[in-house]
Write a protein that binds this ligand. Structure first.
Ligand code: OSB
Ligand code: MG
Length: 355
């Protein structure tokens, strides 16, 4: 799916969204039911080790066969059946999501109700890529603020950090909820430089160091005031427990795909909440399918900061489901059965490259 404008992070420049979906069909007493799951793996292994072609291969050859063999498969047992396959959380997540979708549809139940989420809408933040110039950055951020987004997250990297952050603060003032995301672009050697971000009243700094560097994030957290938030490092509830107990994460970005599914994501939410650690819902440029499910998860009470749950129009001219709409700084939590959206087969056919 072509993106409205290129999305640039410290690790890549994306001009189109490439992903795969999982379709899970079941025969039930009431007739056939089909659920859809979306993998958040990217086209290249640059954000995590997973990537689209690898996810398709491991799903076909190793994951799906185990689920075909399972008796009375439920969403709650997908993780159990796949437990001996090491890694591949994004691929596992897409499978669990498809089974969960089918299960909810069969029960006529909404995902929010299943989870115990609360409220009709969730606050909507926007993730802003690295721009080619400061004037361009101010134009882009100004546009999102005008649209009503509740929070701005700016991608940073070495050489594109202090100056753009200072420019956004100067132009839009101290009241804008503003945070940065480095996608693992720095090392602990950069601590003195990163500390200079403390002058800008940021909500948090997301993943300045590497995925494996939980202890080093804890050390960096003692060297700066800006709250430390982890994204890439939180690959499971166990990793979240380690990060919390080491003092590496004052805040956690929860992405269901990165942790193996929505059920593990809820466990991380519950764990963080019990420790008084704030969480917010991350994004992986999902289609309307993933975004709809994300909005339901983000309605759990521990999600106290606006998530990367922007409307379809943030990234796409047209979506493969009903449009996800940001209005008044929020996205409504879908209330219909399943994830509350459906795959538009004609739209899907338009973007489909493989059967
Ligand atoms: O680090 O949060 C990230 C997109 C792809 C990979 C990693 C990240 C992101 C985003 C997108 O920031 C946020 C969104 O989907 O709105
Ligand atoms: Mg991030």
């Amino acid at each position: 799916m072509p993106l409205i404008s290129p999305f640039t992070t410290s690790f890549m420049r994306e001009t189109e969204k490439d992903c795969y979906l999982v379709e899970a069909s079941f025969d039930t007493e009431a007739g056939p039911v089909t659920g859809w799951g979306e993998s958040v793996a990217m086209i290249a292994p640059l954000y995590s080790e997973e990537y689209v072609d690898g996810g398709i291969a491991v799903t076909r050859d190793w994951l799906a066969p185990r689920l075909y063999e399972a008796e009375s498969l439920t969403a709650e047992t997908v993780g159990w059946h796949l437990r001996h396959i090491v890694g591949h959380p994004m691929a596992k997540s897409a499978l669990e999501m498809a089974v969960l979708h089918a299960q909810l549809l069969a029960q006529g139940r909404s995902f929010q109700e299943y989870l115990g989420g609360v409220g009709a809408a969730v606050p909507s933040g926007v993730s802003v890529g690295i721009q080619d110039s400061i004037p361009e950055l101010l134009r882009v951020v100004g546009g999102y603020l005008e649209e009503g987004y509740a929070r701005i997250k700016l991608k940073i990297k070495p050489g594109a950090d202090l100056e753009p952050v200072a420019a956004v603060r100067k132009e839009f003032g101290d009241d804008v909820l503003f945070q940065v995301d480095a996608n693992a672009a720095y090392t602990l050697v950069d601590a003195a430089h990163l500390r200079r971000l403390d002058d800008y009243g940021l909500l948090l700094i997301e993943q300045p160091l590497g995925e494996a560097d939980i202890r080093q994030h804890a050390e960096l957290a003692t060297l700066m005031h800006t709250p430390m938030c982890l994204d890439e490092s939180i690959v499971s509830a166990e990793a979240a427990a380690d990060a919390i107990s080491l003092g590496a994460a004052a805040v956690i970005n929860i992405k269901p795909g990165r942790v193996g599914g929505y059920l593990e994501a809820k466990r991380i939410h519950d764990l963080a909440r019990a420790h008084g650690v704030a969480v917010w819902h991350g994004g992986m440029v999902e289609t309307g399918l993933g975004r709809a499910a994300n909005a339901a998860l983000a309605s759990l009470p521990g999600f106290s900061l606006p998530g990367d749950i922007s409307g379809s129009s943030r990234f796409f001219h047209e979506d493969i489901t009903e449009e996800i709409v940001m209005h008044d700084g929020v996205v409504d939590v879908p209330t219909g059965p399943g994830f509350g959206v459906s795959i538009d087969e004609a739209q899907l056919a338009k973007f489909r490259t493989e059967v």
